[in-house]
Write a protein that binds this ligand. Structure first.
Ligand SMILES: Cc1cc2nc3c(=O)[nH]c(=O)nc-3n(C[C@H](O)[C@H](O)[C@H](O)COP(=O)(O)OP(=O)(O)OC[C@H]3O[C@@H](n4cnc5c(N)ncnc54)[C@H](O)[C@@H]3O)c2cc1C
Length: 445
């Protein structure tokens, strides 16, 4: 079998490694343009100088050590009839099976002035270098547009570099994909307290300037003045990298390349995985965004195992994700209350609040959990956690509950552990408390 993989991110790497590890005689060729694959998640921490620049580079040996061929080039065309991939410099590659893992790229909204200088996005090493260059040249002010995970992490990093930082978000809260308004106040206060200018319910309408952005015009009628060395960073989302497939017969929707549970596209022997793929929510089986490395990895693996003859199925995005702002950690999984309602669910929510250690133990931090359940069945639809520590374990627990179609009663009966330095008293657990709250509210209704 001759497999060509387009893309060297988590989906492509996992697919390649799984194939070559289990069946070394398969010929696998990975095509990717950048000199190094990078750990995107760590980019803000390079800006903040917590992580050295070089450390975000992944080693090529991740794929070459398992015997895959690595071609550092860009695919510019795929001929699905001839089964070939044409690249910019290296020519044509024949495939028996094609894996498309071209990821997604941040976009800049097409507003007036969006072609000016000193505008950046956050994804590639090139983006990183651009941002570092502005910092080195003495940027005094930065405007970060979009207060999602990446926007917040970048705003904190820029602020830590001594830059007067504005964080502009058009919705009424930060991290709107993960948190409802009632859970976002703690991180919002924290962002403001450290000195970042957070502007909610505010949209960037247009940019004025000759060569570079001199004025950022906002929907509330105010504006932010920028100098030549200042920077505006758009972190408003990503779009699937599907340009080279636009005029082909490959099935594409608003989220990317449409695949089934086996990661098969509508074209025989052509598969897609990761950010470039469009998939459905695990919860309601309808299309949903899910551009996360933690989705790309299982998609890449499942795809590869199926090529190896197994019969695995990807069940859908649950979208557990986490971030941090200074002393707080935040995360969400499944649907927010807002999204659940938008998708037609009548909901009931519960809250639990404890500390992360026994309150009598030094270093105990607060943890607040919100659970969202379907009113009729009490099936768990989502959760949000804001805490001083211990967020991923709680988010993963609820993700598993969602995956198992658990109800609030199941989580009320959840059997947890307790120890003074690692949990609240045995008397309670924030997830169980939130489930109990839902049961009590359900009884009242
Ligand atoms: C700043 C930042 C922070 C993030 N933090 C997190 C996090 O904390 N947790 C999390 O789960 N996710 C996070 N993500 C998202 C995560 O990085 C992506 O979901 C993940 O990288 C997707 O993997 P992928 O393999 O599908 O695509 P990508 O990693 O985007 O890789 C796509 C690959 O395809 C290549 N490619 C594109 N077009 C072509 C072409 N024409 N020819 C050849 N190659 C091509 C690209 O160069 C690249 O190598 C973050 C992303 C960013 C930018």
């Amino acid at each position: 079998m001759r497999v060509v993989v387009i893309g060297g991110g988590p989906a492509g790497i996992q697919a390649t490694r799984t194939l070559k590890t289990h069946k070394p005689d398969i010929e696998v060729t990975m095509i990717r343009p950048e000199p190094y694959s990078v750990i995107y998640c760590a980019l803000p921490y390079v800006v903040e100088e917590l992580v050295e620049r070089e450390k975000i580079r992944k080693q090529d040996s991740l794929v070459t050590d398992v015997g895959a061929n690595l071609i550092k080039d860009k695919a510019i065309k795929v001929d699905f009839d001839k089964k070939t991939v044409i690249t910019e410099k290296s020519g044509e590659f024949e495939y028996g099976k094609l894996i498309i893992a071209t990821g997604a790229s941040p976009f800049i909204p097409p507003i007036k002035g969006s072609n000016l200088k000193n505008i950046a996005t956050v994804k590639t090493e090139k983006d990183l270098d651009e941002i570092l260059r502005y910092i080195k040249n003495g940027a005094k002010k930065a405007v970060v547009v979009g207060a999602g995970n990446i926007g917040i992490e970048m705003a904190v990093a820029l602020y830590r570099k001594g830059i007067d930082t504005y964080l502009v978000e058009m919705q009424d809260r930060v991290i709107p994909n993960l948190l409802d308004k009632d859970m976002s106040e703690i991180p919002e206060n924290e962002i403001r307290e450290i000195g970042i200018n957070l502007m909610l319910n505010t949209k960037v309408e247009s940019l004025d300037g000759n060569l570079y952005v001199e004025k950022v015009n906002l929907s509330d009628g105010s504006s932010i003045q920028l100098g030549e060395n200042d920077i505006i960073i758009f972190s408003v989302g990503v779009r699937a990298n599907i340009e080279i497939f636009k005029d082909t017969k490959l099935g594409i929707d608003n989220f990317g390349i449409v695949v089934n549970e086996k990661m098969e596209t509508n074209i025989k022997d052509v598969y897609a995985a990761g950010d470039v793929a469009s998939f459905v929510s695990y919860i309601d089986k309808k299309p949903i965004g899910g551009k996360l490395a933690t989705n790309a990895v299982p998609m890449g693996k499942i795809l590869a195992y199926n090529l190896l003859g197994r019969d695995y199925e990807y069940q859908g995005f649950i979208n557990g994700a986490i971030t941090k702002v200074e002393k707080y950690r935040m995360g969400g999984t499944g649907f927010t209350e807002e999204v659940a309602k938008q998708r037609g669910f009548d909901t009931i929510v519960g809250y639990g609040e404890t500390t992360t250690r026994f309150p009598i133990i030094p270093g105990a931090k607060k943890v607040k959990v919100k659970l969202i359940a379907e009113k009729k069945t009490l099936r768990i639809l989502g959760a949000q956690v804001v805490a001083g520590e211990g967020v991923p374990g709680r988010i993963d627990t609820v993700s598993l509950a969602i995956q198992n179609n658990n109800t609030a009663m199941d989580l009320f009966n959840f059997s947890y552990c307790a120890q003074p330095f690692q949990s609240f008293y045995p008397a309670n657990n924030a997830i169980v408390m939130a489930a109990e709250d839902i049961l009590n509210k359900a009884l009242k209704d």
